[in-house]
Design a protein around this ligand. Structure first.
Ligand code: SF4
Length: 223
């Protein structure tokens, strides 16, 4: 059993980095197969899945995408989609009008400016409609193997509870975590911390007594 480490009021950046590295090691043991939970076979499919997953569960997105990708197998096909037909296809993911608009605008830009391919840089990705840093990091990290910290709702909550950041702005959290986590682990850290948030560190009632990193967490038992 791990011994509880008293929370330090002012932890140096060096100590915090050391603690973050220990957290990563434990996550590697706990979630060795951590991965993105969206189903995809191409960068385009992952990108569209990410756009659909805003305010929606990955599970729901995965029920919609097989039929969607059969109907629209390329960026060009998405770009030329009948908007109402696309809205109907993605209706169950919520915010279907805004998402259909983003998908059509995004894939139009892919067709016109990128030869129908999904670009591999943060700059190019975040210029696409409906694509922010989170989605860009999902695609870069999970498909292209370019490390990225993916700040979703779980990472935001857990990185604050673990006192790896004091920020609530996703971009600031991303930069804080980049300074603490080894770069080659950024994508794994994001996926595994997400799993930890889904299975142990729940938003309302985190199960601190069952948590493998509780001895490294200043918030342990404070709920
Ligand atoms: S100790 Fe509790 S608050 Fe901290 S990460 Fe674990 S479950 Fe979350």
């Amino acid at each position: 059993m791990n011994k509880k480490r008293p929370a330090k009021k002012s932890e140096s950046q060096k100590d915090k980095r050391q603690r973050a590295h220990e957290i990563v090691s434990i996550l590697e043991e706990e979630y060795p197969d951590a991965r993105c939970h969206l189903n995809y076979e191409s960068a385009l499919e992952l990108l569209i899945g990410c756009i659909l997953s805003a305010q929606c569960t990955d599970k729901m997105v995965n029920t919609v995408t097989p039929g969607l990708f059969r109907k629209f197998p390329t960026a060009e096909k998405f770009a030329r989609a009948d908007r109402l037909e696309l809205e109907e296809e993605i209706h169950s993911c919520g915010f279907f009008r805004a998402k259909a608009k983003s998908i059509i605008n995004c894939t139009s830009a892919l067709s016109e400016d990128h030869g129908g391919e999904v670009p591999k840089t943060m700059d190019e990705l975040t210029k696409l409609a409906g694509v922010g840093r989170k989605t860009a990091n999902v695609v870069l990290g999970n498909y292209y193997g370019v490390p990225g910290i993916i700040v979703d709702t779980h990472i935001k909550r857990l990185s604050n509870r673990l006192n790896l950041t004091k920020n609530s702005d996703p971009t600031k959290i991303e930069y804080d975590l980049q300074k603490l986590i080894p770069e080659e682990k950024w994508t794994f850290f994001s996926n595994s911390l997400g799993d930890h948030g889904r299975t142990v560190c729940f938003a309302r009632k985190p199960r601190c007594e069952e948590c493998a990193v509780s001895h490294l967490c200043p918030s342990a038992g404070k709920f």
